[in-house]
Design a protein around this ligand. Structure first.
Ligand code: FES
Length: 344
């Protein structure tokens, strides 16, 4: 088992259908493994009719201002994880989670940001917002779309932040009950004055599609956070390479992987037939991951030397690849030696 244990310290009812879980490491020795960057998410193991499933929830707490981690979960009609959490989880429960991960995080807390959130998409945006205001020097414009006033998550907290950081924070609410559904021209008009900013977008699929399209051509750097249901259970410990495959000569001599993580460097043999993430986890390297399907970028690392090939990649774009990013859960050796870092 590769998970960590998180104790639920408190359950907060944010709105009629959104609950926040305040979490802390159940084992104090795991404190470092719970460290995270603004905008990252937690993968939570939830019971499923045929065993277990995993669901990803963004952290809305800030590593700069909050001692504990907090995720906010909004009910999704028929949703396995969200309904189980909202109906069953209470203070004192212990959840199994993976290390916080994800790449929806600002390059610098000092950057000027345009944050666009729809509904529960506010969760990672809130983490970024609070972190930048408390730990950085940039200014932030938040455009937050909701059905109506009652569905605005964190309304009081946003009001307090706007009062405290009036010079650096502008909050624009877009309420469907008042302005109608967000439109592409409307979002584009709001964004036009802020094209020098780094943009972060999170919300329901149609909101993100519309917003991405509205920002196209404005010359902005746009980060989009998309979640999806995981097909397999990523908490299971990977099995070793198929011994027959290893024995038939196809696999050849193992390559070598040198990995930097949390300030430590390790060198390991890397069987030719094995995925990089599996090799690292089996060797006890605490590498981050979530979906294991090439879709979330939680396992992304930077190649410093050598080459790898990926079986699948639906999440890294041309620029990420040009920057040397690879997905450890999809990478196989394409040479004798690879050096990677998670610390960059
Ligand atoms: S763990 Fe999700 S892309 Fe690798």
């Amino acid at each position: 088992m590769t998970g960590l244990k998180a104790r639920v310290v408190e359950v907060v009812r944010e709105t009629a259908d959104a609950h926040s879980l305040v979490l802390e490491p159940a084992d104090g020795d795991d404190r470092d493994r719970f460290r995270y960057k603004p905008g990252q998410f937690l993968t939570v193991r939830v019971p499923a009719p045929d065993g277990w499933a995993a669901r990803c929830y963004s952290l809305c707490s800030s590593p700069v201002t909050d001692d504990r981690l907090k995720v906010t979960v909004k009910r999704v009609e028929g949703g396995l994880g969200s309904n189980w959490i909202c109906d069953n989880v209470t203070a004192g429960d212990v959840l199994e989670v993976l290390r916080p991960s994800g790449t929806f995080t600002p390059p610098s807390l000092d950057a000027d940001l345009l944050l666009l959130a729809g509904g529960s998409g506010i969760t990672p945006v809130m983490s970024i917002l609070k972190s930048c205001l408390a730990g950085g020097s940039g200014s932030v414009v938040l455009v937050y779309a909701n059905r109506d006033e009652r569905s605005v998550i964190f309304a009081d907290e946003l009001r307090a932040l706007a009062a405290e950081h009036g010079e650096r924070l502008t909050v624009v609410h877009w309420l469907e009950s008042v302005q109608g559904l967000p439109t592409e021209p409307g979002i584009r008009a709001l964004a036009r004055a802020h094209t020098h900013r780094e943009a972060f977008v999170c919300g329901p699929g149609p909101f993100m599609d519309l917003t991405a399209s509205a920002l196209t051509g404005l010359g902005m750097n746009v980060h989009i956070e998309r979640f999806f249901s995981l097909a397999a259970d990523p908490f299971e410990t990977p099995e070793g390479p198929d011994p027959e495959e290893a024995a038939d000569g196809d696999a050849g001599e193992p390559g070598e992987i040198e990995v930097e993580l949390d300030g430590e460097t390790r060198t390991l043999p890397w069987p030719r037939s094995e995925l990089l993430l599996d090799t690292l986890l089996r060797a006890g390297v605490d590498a981050p991951f979530s979906c294991r399907e090439g879709s979330c970028a939680a396992c992304a690392c930077v190649v410093l030397e050598g080459e790898a090939v990926m079986d699948a990649n639906t999440v890294l774009d041309e620029r990420d690849l040009a920057d040397g990013l690879i997905l450890a859960c999809q990478a196989r050796p394409a040479g004798d030696r690879l050096k990677i870092t998670y610390d960059g």
